[in-house]
Design a protein around this ligand. Structure first.
Ligand code: RET
Length: 270
């Protein structure tokens, strides 16, 4: 019983709220997958990997959420009054493992639209991925203690946060340094992407801390809600903004399908 999700009984409302949020997450990520596949032809080849990475993230997140939803409904049974744990347990740990793959994709797609190339994209990506993996692995270890040792949860959480700060610092420096290379009027959009990241990514450590500040069935509902909002903002909305920037920069570089697409939706290409 690693996660506090397994400690409580849930009312029908609490149980269904979680089931529905996870299922909505599945639907949103798979719908967005179709969107990214369709619009990728408006993105110039030099930026297209950014959109392809969104496709990978959508598939990966959609599948993990599908399995979270199935695990949730398998772990509990309705006894006529409340939902109560059966012989299987629920775990959030799968999410952390999934981030090992999705976070590097999210970071690299950012570097692509920031026009980083060659050696500098490689070395920036390396440092970002090392700090992201450090953050995830230490956070994964910490969440194993959330039921029986909150002090371990806090210590590992603090170590993980140190990696998180380094990663955000590199992201911020890169965005604000490379902004001047960005074309097609996308400089203000990349600033919004930065703030979206700061907001959405911070929801994950808040979800991690729920066992500390709200160890109850309602806390579990809150945690799964935080995860849902964080997932949709940090992957789907973020991905749409990245692809929008990619299309605008493609048009500014003279890529005709991008210009036509922007004309159609009434956005000028400057
Ligand atoms: C942990 C542990 C506690 C401290 C911190 C954490 C940060 C997690 C983050 C996760 C981001 C996930 C994303 C997933 C996309 O697929 C590991 C919860 C700081 C920032 C963006």
């Amino acid at each position: 019983m690693r996660n506090i999700e397994n400690l409580y009984d849930y009312t029908v409302g609490q149980f269904e709220a979680i089931d529905h949020m996870l299922t909505m997450g599945v639907g949103v990520h798979f719908a967005a997958l179709v969107f990214f596949i369709v619009v990728s032809r408006f993105v110039a080849p030099k930026y297209r990997v950014a959109t392809a990475l969104s496709c990978i993230v959508m598939l990966s997140a959609g599948m993990i959420l599908f399995s979270q939803a199935a695990m949730w409904t398998d772990a509990f049974r309705f006894n006529g009054e409340v939902y109560t744990l059966q012989d299987l347990t629920f775990s959030n740990g799968y999410r952390y493992v999934n981030w090992m793959a999705t976070i590097p994709c999210l970071l690299v797609q950012l570097l692509i639209v920031l026009n980083l190339k060659g050696k500098s994209i490689f070395s920036t990506a390396t440092w970002l991925i090392i700090s992201a993996w450090g953050m995830i692995v230490t956070g994964y270890i910490g969440q194993l203690y959330e039921v029986d040792d909150l002090s371990q949860l806090m210590v590992w959480g603090a170590i993980s946060t140190a990696f998180f700060v380094v990663m955000n610092w590199i992201v911020g420096v890169r965005i604000f340094r490379n902004k001047s290379t960005m074309t097609g009027g996308t400089q203000s959009t990349i600033t919004k992407v930065f703030w979206l990241m700061m907001f959405a990514w911070t929801l994950y450590p808040i979800a991690y801390l729920v066992p500390q500040f709200m160890p109850s069935a309602d806390g579990v509902v809150l945690r799964q809600g935080l995860f849902t909002v964080a997932d949709i903002s940090s992957k789907v909305i973020y991905g749409i903004m990245i692809t929008y920037i990619a299309i605008k920069q493609s048009a500014a570089a003279g890529y005709v399908p991008a210009q036509q697409a922007l004309d159609k939706i009434g956005m000028d290409k400057s």
